[in-house]
Design a protein around this ligand. Structure first.
Ligand code: ADE
Ligand code: ZN
Length: 326
């Protein structure tokens, strides 16, 4: 439709995308076969039927199990290329890929295999599809501070090709404060900082991400809206929120897209962006999500333009490059 071509034609950046969450069931089967790994599903349909989650942990258990088919750098390359091809069709011109090294290194997969596979896909995506990208290395917050420091040490040889660090996985019970020292160490190495906060965790976790981690972005941030002072502060600071409406629906952060606070966020002056989080698990890539929120919340074209602009100004691109995309 007219509207679909408006959305896909709008240049967009994706700022909150776990590359392991882009692994579609078809490719999962292909990689299982390639690597001689058995998976607990008989068919692609069975895999999709298992993607019925009632909270974040429910999803994470299945997501970490799915990542078990990823073994070689070719696997990481193929997964990332599949994402870039799909994102290009939706009008994504810049993508900031989160990856979870610990999900792989803890299974004995060398850090080098993971990152070199991703980097080669990023290079190919730029030449073949014209998509620029950068990497955000995320620490798993259900693991220890020491494990995060070990991961940062493993990344040493590649620090010039890693733009930022992030913090993801099980939120409640693993507050940002647990990672204050490793984030300070990452910052001292010149890395930029983001963290998941306020997806399931309370507003206090958003305060901790700001004050104890000194992040430049908040991934999700939904629950910040429960605190008027925090909301006002995020707006005043121009803090980017990487919001993931379809993820919020599938993980029961909202009970219906019609109750999603995306337009309330914009109304409060928050710098919100729209992102897919784990598109293979949540059933939609970025244009689907723009369309879904527009239909559910009655957003106008100017709101979608605003969200797309925010995705560039909130990106980790150098200022001049981000401005050139507006
Ligand atoms: N890892 C992948 N997706 C995630 C999410 N939405 N929240 C926390 N950790 C994640
Ligand atoms: Zn996420």
């Amino acid at each position: 439709t007219d509207f679909d071509s408006f959305i896909t034609g709008l240049p967009k950046a994706e700022l909150h995308l776990h590359i392991e969450g882009s692994l579609e069931p078809e490719l999962m089967f292909e990689l299982a076969h390639r690597n001689g790994v058995t998976i607990p599903y008989g068919s692609v349909e069975e895999v999709r039927a298992a993607y019925d989650f009632s909270n974040l942990q429910d999803f994470l258990d299945i997501y970490y199990a799915g990542a078990n088919v990823l073994r070689t750098r070719a696997d990481f390359h193929d997964m990332a290329m599949a994402y870039f091809r799909r994102a290009a069709r939706d009008g994504v011109i810049h993508a900031e890929l989160m990856f979870d090294p610990q999900t792989h290194t803890d299974r004995g997969i060398p850090f080098e295999e993971v990152i070199e596979g991703l980097l080669s896909a990023m290079k190919q995506a730029e030449t073949e599809l014209g998509i620029t990208s950068l990497l955000i290395m995320s620490f798993l917050r259900h693991l220890s501070e020491d494990a995060a420091f070990e991961t940062l040490a493993m990344a040493e040889l590649w620090l010039d090709r890693i733009t930022a660090v992030g913090l993801d996985s099980s939120e409640v019970g693993h507050p940002p404060s647990k990672f204050a020292r490793v984030f300070a160490a990452a910052r001292a190495k010149g890395l930029r900082l983001t963290a998941h906060a306020g997806e399931e965790g309370p507003p206090d976790y958003v305060y901790q991400a700001l004050d104890q981690l000194q992040v430049e972005r908040i991934d999700h941030g939904n629950r910040a809206l429960e605190d008027a002072d925090l909301t006002a502060r995020l707006a005043a600071e121009g803090m980017t929120l990487t919001v993931c409406p379809l993820s919020n629906l599938k993980l029961c952060v909202v009970d219906d897209l019609q109750h999603h606070p995306i337009d309330r966020m914009l109304g409060e002056g928050l710098k919100a962006t729209i992102n897919s989080d784990d598109p293979a698990y949540f059933g939609g890539y970025i244009a689907d999500i723009y369309r879904a929120v527009m239909e559910a919340r009655g957003l106008a074209r100017e709101d979608l333009v605003k969200l797309a602009r925010n995705s560039f100004t909130g990106s980790f691109l150098p200022r001049e490059k981000a401005d050139a995309c507006l």
